[in-house]
Design a protein around this ligand. Structure first.
Ligand SMILES: Nc1ncnc2c1ncn2[C@@H]1O[C@H](COP(=O)(O)OP(=O)(O)OP(=O)(O)O)[C@@H](O)[C@H]1O
Length: 341
C-alpha cells in the first residue's frame, strides 16, 4: 500500500517558493491500477518522483509498504527503490544495446548470474510480445516495440510497483491501446500495482481502477473510474470526461440525428457499470408496444463495466412511450429526452 499524508512539495525559484504538490492525501491499494490525470503543470511528475523517493516532500509523509520513503537512507532506500520501477514517455533505452541487452541491464547491475539472467530475459521478452526481436537495436524498433522493451526492463527486478510517466503519450492511438493492454495484462498476471500519470482520459478509462484528478498541485477529485465518469464533480474533471464522451464530431452528429429522426421521442440513455445495453433494449422491445430505433451509440468498456451513451428513437402511442421510459428509469438507467414530436 502507498499512502500520502498531507504531502506538500515546494520548489525554491527565483520568484520565491512554488508549490508543486499541495496538501495531498492519497491511498493506493496493492494490485490496483491507479491513474493520476492533470493538465501540464498540475504536479503529476512531481508526484511520481515523490513515490520513488527521487523528491522529498517539504512536509507530510510518503509511506510505501510501511516505510516512509522520504526518511530512509542508504541500503534501506536502495532496497525500497528496487521494488519501485519506472516506465518513461521517451523510453530511455540504451541505443548501443540490443533488445535483450537493454532488458538484461538492470539484472547486470543487481549482480544476477548469467544463467538466471538469460532465463529472466527470455521470460520477459515473451511476456511483452517481443519474441524474434531479441537481437534488434532500438533504432530498428517501432515506438510501441521500444515501449515494450521499456516495460520488460522495468519488470526485470520483480518490482511491486510500476510507475508509468506518460508511458503512451509519444505513441499513436492504436499503439497506445496495445501498450495499455500490455500494462493491464502485467497487472493481472503479476499482481503489480501500477501508478500512471497522464493527461489523456482515454488512458484512465481503458485500464485504471481508480483515478485522482490534479489541478494546481491539489487532488481535486478522486474515486472509482466509473463513478468519476458518471458524475464528475470538479470543472477540470468534467473537461477530462468530455475528452472521451463528447467530441465535436459527436455534437455535429447529434444535430444531424435530430434532423433525421423527427418522429417519436429521441432519448439519450446513459449506461454506467454492470447494466449492459443489449438485454435492456431487448426487454424494452418485448415488453412495450414501441418501435425502437438505435440511432447512435458510444459505449466504452472500463475496468468496472461499460460506460457510455445510446441514443434511441422510441415511436408508439404516448402512453406506451411513457411506460417504456419509466421502465428504463426503474432499471436505473438515466435518460434525457432530446426531442419529441
Ligand atoms: N525542479 C523544479 N524546480 C522548480 N519548479 C519546478 C520543478 N519541477 C517542477 N516545477 C514546477 O512545479 C509545477 C508542477 O510541475 P510538474 O512537472 O510536477 O507538473 P506536471 O503535471 O507533471 O506537468 P508536465 O506534464 O508539464 O510535466 C510546475 O509549475 C513546474 O514548473
Amino acid at each position: 500500500m502507498i499512502q500520502l499524508s498531507n504531502v506538500t512539495k515546494q520548489y525554491k525559484t527565483s520568484n520565491g517558493p512554488l508549490t508543486a504538490v499541495d496538501q495531498v492525501n492519497l491511498t493506493i491499494q496493492d494490485g490496483e491500477i491507479f491513474g493520476i490525470i492533470g493538465y501540464s503543470g498540475a504536479g503529476k511528475s512531481t508526484m511520481i518522483r515523490l513515490f520513488n523517493g527521487l523528491e522529498k516532500p517539504t512536509s507530510g509523509s510518503v509511506i510505501v509498504n510501511g516505510e516512509d520513503i522520504s526518511k530512509i537512507k542508504g541500503a534501506k532506500l536502495r532496497a525500497a527503490r528496487h521494488k519501485i520501477s519506472m516506465v518513461f514517455q521517451h523510453f530511455n533505452l540504451l541505443w548501443s544495446r540490443t533488445v535483450e541487452e537493454n532488458i538484461a541491464f538492470p539484472l547486470e547491475i543487481a549482480g544476477i548470474d548469467s544463467a538466471a539472467k538469460k532465463k529472466k530475459v527470455a521470460e520477459l521478452i515473451e511476456l511483452v510480445g517481443l519474441t524474434g526481436r531479441e537481437k534488434a537495436y532500438p533504432s530498428q524498433l517501432s515506438g510501441g516495440q521500444k515501449q515494450r522493451v521499456g516495460i520488460a526492463r522495468a519488470l526485470a527486478n520483480d518490482p511491486e510497483v510500476l510507475l508509468c510517466d506518460e508511458a503512451t503519450s509519444a505513441l499513436d492511438p492504436e499503439t497506445t491501446d496495445s501498450i495499455l493492454d500490455l500494462l493491464r495484462s502485467v497487472n493481472e498476471k503479476l499482481g503489480i500495482t501500477i501508478i500512471l500519470i497522464t493527461h489523456e482520459m482515454h488512458v484512465i478509462r481503458k485500464i485504471c481502477h481508480r483515478v485522482a484528478v490534479m489541478e494546481q498541485g491539489k487532488v481535486v477529485e478522486e474515486g472509482d473510474v466509473l463513478q468519476v465518469f458518471d458524475a464528475p464533480q470538479a470543472p477540470v474533471t468534467q473537461r477530462f470526461v468530455q475528452q472521451v464522451t463528447n467530441t465535436v464530431g459527436q455534437q455535429e452528429s447529434i444535430e444531424q440525428i435530430k434532423e433525421q429522426y423527427q418522429h417519436g421521442k429521441l432519448i439519450k440513455l446513459f449506461f454506467v457499470g454492470s447494466k449492459t445495453e443489449q438485454p435492456i433494449m431487448t426487454q424494452l422491445i418485448r415488453q412495450f408496444n414501441v418501435d425502437v430505433n438505435i440511432v447512435h451509440g458510444n459505449i466504452s468498456p472500463t475496468k468496472s463495466g461499460p460506460y457510455g451513451t445510446l441514443i434511441v428513437q422510441l415511436a408508439g402511442t404516448d402512453e406506451e412511450v411513457e411506460k417504456a421510459v419509466a421502465y428504463l428509469t426503474a432499471e436505473g438507467i438515466k435518460s434525457e429526452v432530446m426531442s419529441h414530436e
